[in-house]
Design a protein around this ligand. Sequence first.
Ligand SMILES: *Cc1c(COP(=O)(O)O)cnc(C)c1O
Length: 419
Amino acid sequence: MKTESLCVHAGYTPGNGEPRVLPIVQSTTFKYATTAEVAKLFDLAEEGFFYTRLGNPTVDAVEKKIAALEGGVGALCTSSGQAASMLAILNVAGSGDHVVSSASIYGGTFNLFAVTLKKLGIDVTFVNQSASDDELERAFCPRTRAVFGETLSNPSMDVLDIERFAALAHRHHVPLIVDNTFATPILCRPFEFGADIVVHSTTKYMDGHALQMGGVIVDSGNFNWSEGKYPELTEPDPSYHGLVYTQAFGRAAFIAKARAQLMRDMGCCQSPQGAFYINQGLETLSLRMDRHCRNAEVVAAWLQRHPAVESVNYPRLPEHPQKNLADKYLPDGASGVISFVLRGGREAGARFIDALKMISLQVHVADIRTCVLHPASSTHRQLTDTQLCEAGISPGMVRLSVGVEHVDDILADLQQALE
Ligand SMILES: *Cc1c(COP(=O)(O)O)cnc(C)c1O
């Protein structure tokens, strides 16, 4: 099936007389007749549901749908995007290990990497995505265990050269992990360009209606773990009577370990009800992404012509520094997120946002409703103008998440507020 059809049908195929719509299996536990059957499940010798932290039919259907959309061998839903990034790293790195990450990443991920992983003994070196090969090579060390980047970075809208970063990671025999939240598998499938693991905050476009937190890790099944750097995947796991993930699960070793070991121990699972909401969002994902992208292209071009606007940052615009990468990786559109800078700095940004009527002010993006955020008066208000500029945010910068309303109504509201 093509992507549009996978959005609708993948993950759940009802049998005769069964519910047409994915049922919510609101149960923490599952019944078995004999101890022998339960023992096999606990030994991971047989597949089956026994406790919702490790697997649940509703959550499983969503995992299968997302794995199909990304073209992977398996997926693991988590309670949030943050949990997905955390587990994806902890599945391949521990105390004493090292990760190379693009500096153009979501603020929450930056904190996870720079502060919390550091406390756990994992060091992260941040690199500029457009640095030369030589510079990027210098970021690696013998304990490097992964490379991380975002297809389309939040909020700076930089486009990752996935093929280049995958080649770099593979030269060092480590996987490339890509956060594909803003692009979604509708606009870009990173596995097709050599990425090994994909993570998402499903809280954004996948849900799309701003009603359910969630995350997911997807395994391409393509990375060869057996070159000596990942003993946790290739040597016996004492917490499963000496099971070896690469032997027992083959290409799905990474995602099996993430579930059997990390989800078991850390417990940041998605709920059946939450998975149901995410599935509802996924069913219309391709329709919504199409409208988000078409609206954003019109809005970006319109903003660029407006005298009150100093600059517009959207990867489909000819002036964007990575327009060539956007053409390659995001040929159908670059999501609904645009950032632009108003003339008049911090005060102009705040006045503009207060004057909006239909478009709402909210700390969120990737929602069906057009929304805005003014970093200088909200998320970054403690910073001086100089500090803001050092963080790559100008005082008059507005982050606009273009929704699926009629584009004329979005433009009319922007116009009256700019006036
Ligand atoms: C929001 C976001 C996250 C974090 O996801 P939560 O679901 O909020 O935990 C991670 N990466 C990107 C790119 C995001 O936009």
